[in-house]
Design a binder for this molecule. Structure first.
Ligand code: AMP
Ligand code: ZN
Length: 114
């Protein structure tokens, strides 16, 4: 989508601090980190949120979860643990309308999902 922030990052129109990419997936540092390690993992194709996942596109989601272990290991957070979060819609606190998984780690995260 032409007016989507993360599509612009995919196209290289907006810079990012890239930590991983392949044909289908990108991972980059969150611009406003909430933890010592705060990465965003996105599909290169535009999906507005997890609500857009279906039988036709779920292979890219599986692929994202295949690369997340590698990303977490390279970020040095795999051993101690981390959190994967995706916000959906208004009540879910979603600000950027392009599916992304937050990878949060590098400190102890409270059990609360508040
Ligand atoms: P969400 O509330 O789940 O939609 O989160 C969107 C996330 O994108 C927030 O954590 C922002 O800090 C992050 N963000 C917004 N713009 C950028 C950008 N240009 N580069 C990296 N992260 C960004
Ligand atoms: Zn997009």
């Amino acid at each position: 989508m032409s007016d989507c922030l993360f599509c612009k990052i995919v196209k290289g129109e907006i810079p990012c601090s890239l930590v991983y990419q392949d044909d289908a997936v990108m991972a980059f540092k969150d611009i406003n980190p909430l933890a010592p390690t705060h990465l965003l993992v996105i599909p290169k194709q535009h999906l507005a949120s997890a609500l857009d996942i279906n039988a036709h596109n779920s292979a890219v989601i599986a692929h994202m979860f295949e690369v997340i272990p590698q990303i977490a290991k390279e970020a040095g957070i795999a051993e101690k643990g981390f959190r994967i979060v995706t916000n959906i819609g208004k009540d879910g606190g979603q600000i950027v309308q392009h599916l992304h998984f937050h990878i949060l780690g590098g400190r102890h995260l409270e059990p609360s999902l508040g």
